[in-house]
Design a binder for this molecule. Sequence first.
Ligand code: PA5
Length: 533
Amino acid sequence: MNFPDLSLTNSDNQWERFCQLLWFSDELGIWLDISRMNITASDFKALKNAYTEAFKSMKQLEQGSLANKDENRMVGHYWLRSPSLAPSDRLSNLIVDQIDQIEDFGKAILNGDIKTDEGNLFTDVIWIGIGGSGLGPMLIINSLKKDKIGLNFHFLDNIDPNGIKNKLDNIGKDIRNTLVVVVSKSGGTPEPKLCMEQSRKFIESQGHNWQSRAIAITMQDSNLDNLAKEEGWLKRFELPDWVGGRTSITSAVGLLPLSFIKTDIREFLKGANIMDKYTRLDDIYQNPAALLATSWFTAGKGKGLKDLVILPYSDSLEVFSRYLQQLIMESLGKKYNRSGILVNQGLAVYGNKGSTDQHAYVQQLRDGIDNFFATFIEVLSSENELPGINNQSPRDYLSGFLQGTRLALSESNRQNITITLKDFNALTLGALIALFERTVGLYAELIDINAYDQPGVEAGKKAAANILEIQNEIEELLSNKKEYRITEIISNLNIPLGESAFMIIRNIVFNNTDFQVNGNWNNPESLVIRKVN
Ligand code: PA5
């Protein structure tokens, strides 16, 4: 490995740095420029041994080691786009078969081989899933769906009753031609379960059949899988336990939406597969994920001290910042390292899109607190170009704004990275996702954390279940229609946190006229509650 003599970014050697550090793949039409990060040759050298170990671990991970030790699981999302790498023929065949099945199923839906009970074509789909089961599909639809091609998508990714009702009402009569895909790897997450039940009630209340339009994507033998089996749903796709939610976009979770919008799923997989080949290289300078991981590490001193701001100058990539936010923060935001030492690691990610954001938070990026580094994502050409009017072309302005902001940030010593895509399509989206997946994997190795579990999310699920249990107990206590002071409720039911009782009661009384409260909301201890009906 040769280390170029890189000194800190300055106007004297910036062109030289740019030429030395620029990474490009002709096959993908993707450039990566990290020359405006404050990285020196000694930063690369300092990480040399850590990288030797990181590449070794990534290799073992791809060979099927139990890389997610806390959950005793393999980490296999790389096999999804390169099935021959899977550690057994059974797994390779499972992946290949599923890709074929999804392709056939998508075609059958779109060409009418599979029709509604009334013999019509399906026109819409409700996609139910949260976190990794929702964001990938949302990214795919937002970025690749072309107007009037394929099914119309409606995402239910939350349990806000307003949101659910508005979305279902919006579908209205089209519900008769609507498929429902329920995605939950565990098959037990409350949010998709509630959304599924609400959708089902809505569909059945309009006189339509559920089973003949419902599709499940879940682990084998999960509650969701068993329900779909018992009831004979239209289709079930397996989500293997070795695919994590936030890295499931190249599994059925991302491929099914692609097939429903008539996009070539193999191009998407090919893009990811090509990028995987580059990101496996153990020469840091030739490996774009290692260049990115080194940038992240150096900027935040390996402790996430600087936030990552994602600035795609493209409407198609608007959801990408949210997608990366989950991929990176859920993977890297960990309390302990792999030896059990308290580290409170993480890397905060936010962003939306340019040039829109130049009229929002970019002001602070340029002139305010220097607690971030930016990643610009540029798309050079797109299917729809608009001719300039009065010599003013939107495309040139977009590029000018990106370049101007990039330079303006550097002038204020704000570090930044630029990723440029010649074209934006299924191939380059697949590649972009694979680039960040591997960057997260390598960075996690450098900081020695398990990027593949999510104890914080699990803890949140458990905490919510506890609250709902307390709510049931409160409602049961009040069912005898006697008056209770809030302090009595807290002590009778042994509620560990008074504020939980307060928040539950506040939620009940403002949503249910069966309950009445006297007292002063400003003085929680004065509240007296009674069930009246
Ligand atoms: O990335 C993850 O693992 C999470 O975001 C999950 O995808 C999310 O919690 C949903 O879980 P499930 O698919 O089991 O319903």
